[in-house]
Design a protein around this ligand. Structure first.
Ligand SMILES: [Zn+2]
Length: 341
């Protein structure tokens, strides 16, 4: 039986998610953008215009659902997402969660943690945003977003991981994560599982920041899903070139992990604050960082390497549904395939 998924326009059946991009940002701002209001005042109409353009482009490739992974303190605005969803006729799932310590806004909950039970407050926030709504609206978060630093899950970040696992136990919704520069994938999986999360409902994100197959296998060993969700980001924020991550991906698909891999771009379609200024060299590296890059450039490469249409369908349609609603039939089929091997 299908389960219910919270989208920004209300609940849908997990069977209706369809082709899904599992980690994008309609708009995003590094905390601090709020202070640059003199030069970077938020333009709601522009955010909606850009969002509608994204909706149109991805729908042309059959996408029905986009998961917006924007953390609470990075400009998440569920009401704008709802307007984009309604006017653009696209399903959007929004997140509840905070970004990693280095690029998020840790001061708020660190100060509260120094004085009192911040962890209880974070848990309370997750539950209310998932079951009742965000910021006084009736728009509910559909995924829990967690994030850790390069080579470490800090004490601050650990509070969110513990609360996220606990909130998943209570509500059943998936956890999607941020790993920094391709580190801490196995450690995130271990921590979440030790706190009672269902590995099948965990998507360890930005794993394509690391091209070492052994690192991926050590993460997959825990039963979680891994996301190659930064296609198009090359040479900045520790990201490898697409060609290298594609090779790693093909290797894992060849090893039989098709049903545990999710793909996306982590695009930021509108930067909050001032418009971004990029040196030409960086702009060139990021030329393909847009929300249809996978369909236009990467999927054809996968097919050239022998990846089948059925595998592509599994990755974009079945795997996102399974993240929300793990299918027992699939589990049985996998057990059987393992026995045959
Ligand atoms: Zn992201």
């Amino acid at each position: 039986m299908a389960t219910t998924v919270n989208t920004v326009t209300g609940p849908i059946s997990s069977d209706d998610l369809g082709k899904t991009l599992v980690h994008e940002h309609f708009f995003f701002g590094y905390p601090g953008y709020q202070g640059d209001v003199t030069f970077g005042k938020f333009d709601r109409e522009e955010a909606i215009r850009v969002g509608l353009d994204v909706a149109e482009k991805v729908k042309a490739h059959g996408v029905r659902t986009v998961v917006d992974a924007t953390p609470n303190e990075c400009g998440r605005d569920p009401e704008i997402l709802r307007e984009i969803s309604e006017r653009g006729d696209i399903q959007i799932v929004c997140s509840t969660g905070y970004y990693y310590e280095g690029e998020g806004a840790p001061a708020y909950f660190k100060f509260r943690a120094a004085l009192g039970p911040a962890e209880d407050e974070i848990f309370e926030m997750f539950i209310k945003e998932i079951t009742e709504g965000i910021g006084g609206t009736d728009i509910k978060a559909g995924v829990i977003k967690l994030a850790s630093s390069k080579d470490v899950i800090t004490d601050y970040e650990s509070m969110f991981f513990r609360c996220g696992a606990k909130a998943q136990r209570e509500t059943g919704i998936p956890i999607i994560t941020h790993t920094q520069e391709g580190t801490m994938g196995p450690e995130q999986a271990q921590l979440l599982i030790s706190e009672g999360a269902d590995p099948r409902k965990c998507q360890i994100g930005h794993m394509d920041g690391n091209t070492d197959v052994a690192y991926h296998l050590a993460t997959l060993e825990h039963g979680v899903n891994v996301a190659f969700d930064r296609f198009g980001i090359q040479g900045i924020v520790g990201a490898p070139m697409d060609e290298a991550r594609t090779a790693t991906l093909i290797g894992l698909l060849g090893l039989g992990y098709t049903d545990r891999i999710l793909l996306s771009h982590d695009t930021v379609n509108l930067w909050l604050g001032r418009p971004l200024v990029m040196p030409d060299s960086v702009a060139q590296l990021l030329a393909n960082w847009h929300p249809t890059h996978l369909f236009e450039n990467i999927v054809p490469k996968l097919k050239q390497a022998g990846v089948t249409d059925q595998q592509i369908e599994t990755i974009f349609v079945e795997n996102p549904r399974n993240l929300f609603d793990p299918q027992p039939v699939r589990e049985a089929a996998r057990a059987e395939a393992t026995l045959e091997r």
